[in-house]
Write a protein that binds this ligand. Structure first.
Ligand SMILES: Nc1ncnc2c1ncn2[C@@H]1O[C@H](COP(=O)(O)OP(=O)(O)OP(=O)(O)O)[C@@H](O)[C@H]1O
Length: 574
């Protein structure tokens, strides 16, 4: 996992090495200045106690201030370059992650609810971006500074250097333990936050159903459970960090006192000057400050590591539907064959069992069956949102698994029961934000589908904005828009999952007329909830519990008195 995360980092730092080098030069420069500047303070103290001339003292003071100013300039420029590197790298990562998630199969979409994906693509990547921009200075910089301080104190007096080295080793051991203890708490905290946002997303999307079914108390109960968990996780992760940083503070105080005491002894022996003691104490304080800042950064470092691991798990996740096919279906309408297809969403249960049928090119098939009998699953297999567990689905004589995914899906138009509409104009909803489709083509599509009159009643024509997430449209109107959307896309295979909700007679007539025109010249599968919808299809397939109960030409079944289809029609008429 660590290797995966590291290789992911390398991918996104590629092309940024020039800036990273500038960052390293600025970092080394600023650390050197931070180490050198106090030397002038030590010299100032020694010169002052030796009664040196005022100009000598002034020179030391001016050099100290100058070095400090230059260092701050380095820090500011490095901050700018660090942000630049971090945003360039992480924005590319955001884009690639989003594309990857959109391409992954449906079982992935069920496993990661929208809230969790938002947390990965935005939350975790933001943490990573902060990590990039502050990590170099606050962690690597502090580590280098600490090492430099120990080397320099060794130069001043090896015994003081040894003292600081012991102190640094002790603190590093504490830091390592802190890392081991805090990471699981931080990981759990992040997971809890992501569960909470997933839960909120889920509830907000289904507000209407929640209210209508009186499920509000249950939602509030689950929310309070999530919040309790959040409090528990936050508390434990904060406590784990605080206990160790307090231990660090205490050790810092002890080290400062030891350096001063030891320096006093050396002063009495005449082996150390007051300036030297001052410098050693200054470096001890700087080392303490640097190690303390490291401790605080550990939190961020750890959450960046945890986030990085989650991001790389998502980034390297291989879809259950591999896009390895290279074949393409010949132009024009094609036939659809199901050859003893077996399929289940999980290993426990097959929802399609030995389903076989052949739909000739340019003809239509009405799929009937009780709810849950497997009709939608057939459509999903054709679009390869899932792969069959046994048998084969073939389009134009080619197994769908041998077809390249992009071209395959571009040949299929799907109209689902829940049409997805965006908070955007009718135009954008129909063209899916593409500006390659002219307004005339859209209006022509309305006309050819027999929907021109309905279109002219739209308040602002194509500029009419659909509010919310499409809730300003009824199920029937949403389907009409979906028809136009698909018509513009001009697919060779049309899959229509008819809206099961009640639609008024006027809209139903519009829908029927539009379906007639939409079906012309295409192979079509109509998943029908009303028998009237299949009145004009060429073939019928009735499913029962995932198996074919009856299939044949509609006319033939209609005229066969003991057919299931004829019985269904009779039941509907009664
Ligand atoms: N994503 C999924 N994960 C697990 N099981 C699923 C999933 N989608 C559907 N199922 C199950 O598969 C079976 C067939 O579902 P499918 O949606 O194909 O039926 P359907 O005939 O289209 O139903 P409806 O007429 O209600 O749309 C059902 O038992 C359903 O519970």
């Amino acid at each position: 996992m660590l290797r995966q995360s590291a290789s992911l980092l390398m991918i996104y730092l590629k092309g940024q090495w020039g800036k990273v080098t500038v960052l390293i030069v600025l970092l080394v420069g600023s650390i050197s200045l931070e180490l050198i500047a106090p030397q002038w303070l030590g010299r100032f103290v020694d010169d002052a106690t030796a009664g040196a001339a005022l100009s000598t003292l002034q020179l030391s003071a001016v050099v100290f201030v100058l070095l400090t100013v230059v260092r701050q300039v380095f820090v500011a420029v490095a901050g700018y370059v660090g942000e630049d590197v971090s945003w360039a790298a992480t924005n590319r990562l955001r884009i690639d992650l989003t594309r990857h998630c959109l391409e992954l199969d449906m079982s992935f979409q069920h496993e990661y609810p929208p809230g969790v994906l938002v947390e990965r693509i935005d939350g975790d990547v933001s943490t990573l971006s902060e990590f990039f921009s502050t990590f170099v200075f606050n962690v690597i910089g502090r580590v280098l500074l600490s090492a430099g301080i120990i080397v320099l104190t060794f130069v001043v007096d090896w015994r003081v250097g040894a003292l600081l080295l012991c102190f640094a080793v002790m603190v590093t051991v504490v830091l390592r333990r802190l890392q081991g203890i805090s990471i699981p708490h931080l990981r759990a905290l992040r997971q809890t936050k992501s569960d909470l946002s997933g839960f909120l997303e889920e509830q907000l999307v289904s507000t209407e159903d929640v209210r209508a079914n009186g499920a509000r108390p249950y939602v509030m109960w689950r929310l309070s459970r999530h919040l309790d968990e959040l409090v528990r996780r936050t508390r434990s992760s904060r406590v784990a960090s605080r206990v160790f940083s307090s231990a660090l503070e205490v050790s810092v105080a002890i080290a400062g006192a030891a350096v001063l005491g030891f320096g006093a002894v050396l002063l009495q022996r005449g082996t150390m000057t007051i300036g030297g003691i001052y410098l050693a104490f200054y470096y001890t304080a700087l080392l303490a400050q640097s190690l303390t800042s490291l401790t605080f950064q550990i939190d961020q470092l750890q959450s960046a590591f945890a986030g990085m691991q989650r991001i790389s798990a998502l980034y390297y996740r291989v879809g259950a539907v591999p896009d390895t096919g290279t074949e393409r279906v010949a132009d024009g309408p094609f036939d659809v064959v199901f050859d003893r297809v077996r399929f289940g969403y999980n290993r426990e249960r097959d929802v399609l069992r030995d389903v076989s049928f052949r739909l000739p090119a340019g003809e239509s098939l009405g799929l009937l069956g009780r709810t849950g009998s497997g009709k939608t699953s057939i459509a999903r297999l054709l679009c390869r949102f899932y792969d069959v567990s046994g048998g084969a689905a073939r389009l134009g004589g080619i197994d769908v698994r041998e077809l390249a995914l992009g071209p395959l899906r571009s040949r299929i138009g799907v109209i689902t029961q829940d049409v997805e509409l965006f908070h955007a104009s009718i135009r954008d909803n129909l063209t899916l934000f593409s500006d390659e489709i002219a307004d005339e083509a859209i209006v022509d599509a309305f006309r050819r589908l027999g929907l021109h009159e309905w279109y002219t009643n739209l308040a602002d024509g194509l500029d009419t904005v659909i509010s919310g997430d499409g809730r300003s449209m009824s199920a029937g109107e949403a389907q009409l828009l979906a028809f136009v959307r698909v018509f513009l896309h001009d697919p060779d295979l049309l899959i229509l999952d008819e809206a099961s909700s009640r639609i008024d007679a006027g809209t139903e007539r519009l829908i029927e007329k539009a379906i007639d025109r939409l079906l012309a010249g295409r192979t079509a599968i109509v998943i029908a909830h009303r028998l009237s919808t299949v009145a004009k299809v060429d073939h019928i397939l009735i499913l029962q519990d995932g198996a074919v109960q009856e299939t044949g030409a509609r006319e033939t079944l209609l005229n066969t008195t003991d057919s299931r289809f004829a019985a269904m029609l009779a039941e509907a008429r009664a």
